[in-house]
Write a protein that binds this ligand. Structure first.
Ligand code: PAN
Ligand code: ZN
Length: 187
């Protein structure tokens, strides 16, 4: 392993050099957005849009790794484009999210039921404590780009949020973002 300067484009999330990437598309969010009809209509009108892209820089053998998430602007009904959301597989591993451009809301909840929201905007570095579920939501009109950094062994546990959802939803109310309790969340 050798030290290295990695270039990150704050508007596109492009990383150079990078070691991996993936994209997520609208159709993968069936059952996650509450307005199924709006999802079907959007898929029909616009096709299977990429809603976010994750690019990473990983050095084998290092404890830490980092990358970017670039989220497109958009809505499904009154819900904004968002990430899947997850706990880390390891309950003793936190993370940071440092917003580079755009605006959004980071939704978090702890295993014991506390909820928090952190505004995502350039200059704000969000601290995600160990064992808090986290989902980012792009509430703006442009891309939301943030740099994340965590332990390589943190892992992802998607199952719980996929089945129960987050405790809160971010919805557009008269074009402003509002956090409301998720009526479908079950303890
Ligand atoms: C981030 C997220 C990324 C995409 O790198 O994985 O923003 O969100 P989902 O994984 O919830 O789809 C992170 O939190 N890693 O631990
Ligand atoms: Zn995470």
């Amino acid at each position: 392993m050798l030290p290295e300067g990695v270039t990150i484009d704050p508007l596109t999330g492009h990383i150079s050099p990078s070691t991996g990437k993936y994209t997520k598309r609208l159709s993968e969010f069936r059952g996650i957005y509450r307005d199924e009809k709006a999802l079907d209509a959007l898929l029909k009108e616009q096709g299977d849009l990429v809603t976010y892209e994750v690019v990473e820089y990983r050095a084998d053998g290092s404890d830490l790794f980092f990358g970017t998430t670039t989220m497109m602007p958009g809505r499904v009904g009154d819900e904004y484009f968002m990430t899947r959301g997850h706990y880390h597989a390891r309950q003793d591993r936190g993370e940071i999210y440092y917003t580079q451009s755009g605006e959004g809301i980071l939704l978090l909840h702890s295993r014991d039921g506390q909820t928090r929201e952190v505004d995502m905007k350039p200059g704000v570095c969000a601290f995600i404590p160990p064992d808090w579920a986290h989902r980012s939501v792009n509430t703006g009109k442009s891309r939301l780009v943030f740099v994340w950094c965590c332990s390589q062994d943190a892992g992802h546990d998607y199952a719980e949020i996929a089945s129960k959802g987050m405790r809160k939803l971010v919805v557009a109310k008269e074009d402003a973002a509002a956090c409301i309790p998720n009526p479908r969340f079950q303890v």
